[in-house]
Design a protein around this ligand. Structure first.
Ligand code: SF4
Length: 90
């Protein structure tokens, strides 16, 4: 790497991959978790309103799991939902 700019161009994708990997390293959020109960977290829903379409979801659409800032340190299922759902398309 010759320049600082090249270093950051290289680093961007590495950080993105590490952030994605982080969700897989986190324990899954359980419905029995006190924070989950407080926000009405359900680990499965058939509704279109689910973590995978929520603007808070920190995973990729087809990852299956991802992080959520409302539940730090825990991974949520892409087919889960809670009372704080916020449509990503709005
Ligand atoms: S706010 Fe709720 S619905 Fe949205 S990603 Fe987090 S747990 Fe899922």
């Amino acid at each position: 790497m010759n320049t600082r700019r090249e270093f950051f161009i290289f680093l961007g994708p590495v950080i993105a991959v590490l952030a994605g990997e982080q969700a897989f390293a986190m324990p899954m959020l359980l419905e029995s978790d006190p924070a989950a109960k407080r926000l009405g977290y359900k680990s499965q829903t058939d509704s279109a309103k689910r973590c995978g379409t929520c603007q808070h979801f920190q995973g990729k659409k087809y990852d299956g799991i991802g992080g959520c800032p409302l539940f730090p340190g825990k991974a949520v299922n892409t087919n889960a939902v809670c009372n704080e759902y916020a449509d990503r398309t709005k």
